[in-house]
Design a binder for this molecule. Structure first.
Ligand SMILES: Nc1ncnc2c1ncn2[C@@H]1O[C@H](COP(=O)(O)OS(=O)(=O)O)[C@@H](OP(=O)(O)O)[C@H]1O
Length: 389
């Protein structure tokens, strides 16, 4: 009897081994089919792909124009597209969906009549008012003053800014919509005006860098940075206000970012956006340095004109935004706009310039010390120092 049981067990083990070996063989055959040529052909190159490849996760099936294989790509070519958002630190071992403009993809598009055109007074030929592809993009960082910057830039007669965040080049949107869809979403403009849009997800989703470059390799890129401590406080104020909106209790700033039990900062939460270096480093691999302008978000608060003037020069525009266009609003505690055309005064909405939680100075200093090596690395990378804590 014992001999019979032993026989049964050993044949079961043999069967399992056979199954494992067969599946390993099949996997390696499939992997060879995809990864070997890809790896051999192109590390860090755009690969033209023939034919239609569809994604099961997206609403509309998309055509894959090319695949970018990260320089450190190794292993199998698992998915052509994924609906998971990818951020810094998740690179490698994957491919990226990239759309290249073809034929009339980027042509100006007719505007829906209900859309407001802010510079209508100067227009002689109505047919010239069209939605045009942006020539400049503000890529982030979130909570550094991106909305205020775009609204201030809109004061320039040659700049037309989009007043919402399309997030187009980020996974969430890019897999669903084509380039024509994107251009159609842009605000009405005239041929000699520069359309600008901002979406803070672009800087932290590195795939967006490649997609934006494929969309327009001569595009001008703005990146807004701010003292990472105040940026984090702003992010926390945003979180707290959302939680309150849903009637949920909120964690304090300290508890959210510091683990009292281990005596350690919650590194990933703080550095995800707050360490600017990996994001900027990746951007530099894609865009030439002279197409990128780093804007100082702290100066944007204290002396907005200093930053607006740098941007005007960067975009090759005349210096049109002046002291008369901006004023410091005591009640708001921030600079607001004085609209020349209507004489109206306008500040940013309630969600911009929120009250921050009172955080004791000692904790702020501790956080600043924790961030110090990351800040220094960033200063070294950009060859500039900012007046941060
Ligand atoms: N002029 C002016 N008016 C109001 N707010 C101003 C201005 N300039 C810069 N800021 C700062 O912008 C912070 C919000 O940043 P963002 O617009 O980038 O936030 S978001 O990522 O789009 O949610 C916002 O953060 P909070 O103070 O935490 O609300 C402001 O500090």
């Amino acid at each position: 009897m014992r001999h019979y049981v032993r026989l049964q067990v050993s044949s079961l083990v043999t069967l399992c081994l056979c199954l494992v070996l067969t599946s390993a063989l099949l996997t390696s055959l499939l992997t060879m089919r995809f990864s070997a040529p890809l790896e051999r052909m192109a590390r860090g190159m755009l690969l033209p792909i023939k034919g239609e490849v569809t994604s099961s996760g997206s609403r509309h099936d998309a055509r894959v124009e090319s695949l970018y294989v990260e320089p450190h790509f190794s292993g199998e070519f698992r998915k052509i597209m994924t609906s998971q958002p990818r951020t810094a630190g998740q690179e490698g071992n994957r491919s990226v969906l990239i759309r290249h403009p073809k034929k009339n993809d980027l042509d100006p598009q007719p505007v829906k009549p209900r859309k407001r055109f802010p510079h209508a007074g100067n227009v002689t030929d109505e047919d010239q008012i069209l939605s045009r592809a942006p020539k400049c993009i503000l890529m982030g960082f979130a909570k550094c003053g991106t909305s205020a910057l775009l609204e201030f830039l809109d004061l320039h007669p040659k700049i037309i800014s989009l007043d919402w965040e399309p997030d187009y080049f980020c996974d969430r949107m890019y897999q669903k919509y084509d380039l024509k869809w994107y251009v159609k979403r842009m605000p009405p403009s005239l041929p000699d005006q520069i359309t600008i849009e901002k979406s803070p997800c672009y800087i932290v989703e590195h795939d967006a860098h490649h997609r934006i470059h494929a969309f327009n390799s001569s595009l001008k890129v703005l990146v807004l940075v701010r003292d990472p401590v105040t940026r984090l406080m702003s992010e926390h104020a945003h979180y707290a206000s959302c939680q309150r909106y849903w009637g949920k209790t909120t964690q304090s700033f300290e508890n959210r970012f510091y683990n009292n039990f281990t005596g350690q900062f919650k590194t990933e939460m703080i550095l995800k956006v707050g360490d600017y270096t990996p994001h900027f480093q990746h951007l530099l691999q894609v865009f030439p340095r002279d197409q990128i302008l780093i804007v100082d978000g702290d100066k944007l608060i204290t002396n907005p004109l200093s930053q607006l003037s740098r941007i005007e020069t960067f975009l090759g525009l005349q210096h049109e935004i002046s002291r008369e266009d901006l004023y410091f609003d005591r009640e708001k505690g921030f600079y607001c706009m004085h609209l020349r055309q209507t004489g109206e005064r306008r500040c940013m909405g309630k969600s911009k310039g929120r009250q921050h939680e009172q955080v004791n100075d000692q904790f702020k200093k501790k956080l600043a010390n924790f961030l110090k090596p990351y800040k220094e690395k960033f200063f070294e990378l950009v060859g500039d120092k900012f007046n941060w804590m």
